[in-house]
Design a protein around this ligand. Structure first.
Ligand SMILES: Cc1cc2nc3c(=O)[nH]c(=O)nc-3n(C[C@H](O)[C@H](O)[C@H](O)COP(=O)(O)OP(=O)(O)OC[C@H]3O[C@@H](n4cnc5c(N)ncnc54)[C@H](O)[C@@H]3O)c2cc1C
Length: 425
């Protein structure tokens, strides 16, 4: 095979964005993707027994995110704002609430006073160790694990502060026909240039010297290029699934300093949107968007405002990682028990309502090994090293390599794809 300019490893949002920017600038690009599909942690399943599409991976656009939204506008892909009400189940009772964490104002004040970074677990112990704050500690833990899929013993208190204090200011969106449309668009854009995509090509080794790389795949193919952009998930890097010759020990160690969580998404399609007919003194669940509970599968959401009978459950952080090897049946059962406790229904009644169910256990997937990155107290230093090119030849990109409050998201992946190309050019 003729030598190409750049090999991009991974055809997720970062890899395809980088490839599109490179071919636009006249570079020849070969993307090597381990799976038999593109998209990575964006996985919209169109061909399924459920009605319409389902998002097994990324689903929301968390805010007015410039790169994602402008790409959607450019591609003329329709998206809509989320609507509906969030409910909370506390002490077995369903309530409407805005702040889920007790003593929220005091928590914010203490976080704002924080000068030196520490893990959020240490922060809680230092300022909120007393018994009277047990509910606050539990609330913070649930939030950090659920939303950021983080381990509180490693997650940076300052990073969480920055994230939490800027919440609720912006809209959240969903793409009408799923994130898959964005991936499809990027792929079509790549095809306009000197571009090749090889699926089922798990990279196992990279031999490199300045200005030259030889990339080897599991199916015993090899590819030559001047430069390589590695966009595989942080979890894959942490597992040292790709061997470098000569070795890059500092980089190999740096990836361990960054945080990478676990996630399981549970998608249950029911015959009817049964929750819509549930009412209590606080109102009706007809326009419910999210429910946050104390159950094993704590968070659930509907497709509101879209009419749908789909409920999506979410287990994040160490709990999800601990279920890495659990069977689909046992996870499905956990989901049923959680729903039964939240909506005060019997598991049998729920099962009778079920049309189909899909469990996406990303922690057990060989090519993701988890959810997305979170900031530890050591992330900044590690990322600085990883995002500096190695002899203008090896580059790391992907959501984890992006510095900014969107780290962990599709936006971060897209921006990182652009940033790495700017470095190459
Ligand atoms: C369940 C879930 C829900 C999420 N929800 C949201 C959300 O609502 N909103 C949001 O913005 N973000 C969300 N995210 C995060 C978002 O999906 C990711 O941040 C983003 O898609 C990452 O893109 P990426 O290109 O960096 O990595 P990836 O999409 O993981 O792409 C990396 C690619 O590398 C490939 N690969 C791995 N190993 C190899 C190898 N050895 N050789 C070749 N290829 C390899 C993988 O198959 C993959 O295609 C969610 C993630 C998950 C898992």
């Amino acid at each position: 095979m003729a030598e190409i300019d750049v090999i991009v490893i991974g055809a997720g949002a970062a890899g395809l964005m980088a490839a599109r920017e490179l071919v636009k600038k006249g570079k020849s690009v070969c993307v090597l993707e381990a799976r038999d599909r593109v998209g990575g942690r964006i996985y919209t399943i169109y061909d399924n027994p459920m009605s319409g599409h389902i998002e097994a991976g990324a689903e929301f656009i968390h805010g007015d995110l410039q790169t994602t939204l402008s790409l959607l506008r450019e591609a003329e892909i329709p998206f809509h704002s989320l609507a509906g009400k969030t409910w909370q189940q506390k002490n077995g009772v369903l309530k409407r609430e805005t702040h889920f964490i007790e003593h929220w104002d005091l928590l914010v004040q203490r976080l704002k006073e924080l000068k030196e970074d520490m893990s959020i677990a240490d922060f809680l112990e230092r300022w909120f160790g007393e018994d009277k704050y047990s509910s606050l500690r539990e609330g913070v833990r649930r939030y950090a694990e659920g939303y950021d899929t983080a381990d509180t013993a490693r997650a940076s208190a300052i990073a969480l502060r920055n994230e939490w204090l800027h919440e609720d200011e912006e809209e959240t969106y969903r793409i009408d026909n799923g994130y898959g449309e964005l991936i499809e668009y990027l792929l079509n854009e790549c095809d306009k240039g000197d571009f090749e995509l090889e699926l089922n090509s798990a990279v196992t080794e990279i031999h490199w010297q300045e200005g030259r790389v030889a990339v080897f795949t599991e199916n015993e193919e090899s590819y030559l290029a001047k430069q390589a952009v590695i966009t595989v998930p942080l979890g894959v890097l942490q597992a040292e699934a790709i061997k470098f010759t000569p070795a890059i020990p500092e980089h190999t160690m740096a990836v361990q300093d960054m945080g990478y969580g676990g996630i399981i998404k549970l998608l249950y399609l029911f015959k009817e949107a049964f929750w819509e007919s549930i009412k209590n003194e606080q109102g009706s669940l007809k326009d419910m968007s999210f429910v946050i509970s104390e159950q094993e599968v704590p968070t659930w959401w509907t497709q509101y405002p879209k009419k749908s009978t789909l409920l999506t459950g979410w287990i994040g952080g160490p709990k999800a990682a601990a279920l890495k090897n659990a069977s689909e049946e046992s996870i499905t059962e956990l989901g049923f028990m959680s729903l039964a406790n939240i909506f005060k229904m019997s598991v049998e009644d729920l099962k009778a309502q079920l049309v189909s169910c899909y469990i996406a256990n990303w922690s057990s997937e060989r090519f993701s090994k988890g959810s997305y990155s979170y900031v530890t107290t050591e992330t900044a230093q590690a990322r600085q090293l990883l995002t500096a090119a190695i002899h203008n030849t090896i580059y790391f990109a992907g959501e984890a390599m992006y510095e900014g409050k969107e780290m962990g998201t599709v936006e971060a992946a897209l921006k990182s794809g652009i940033e790495v190309v700017n470095k190459i050019l």
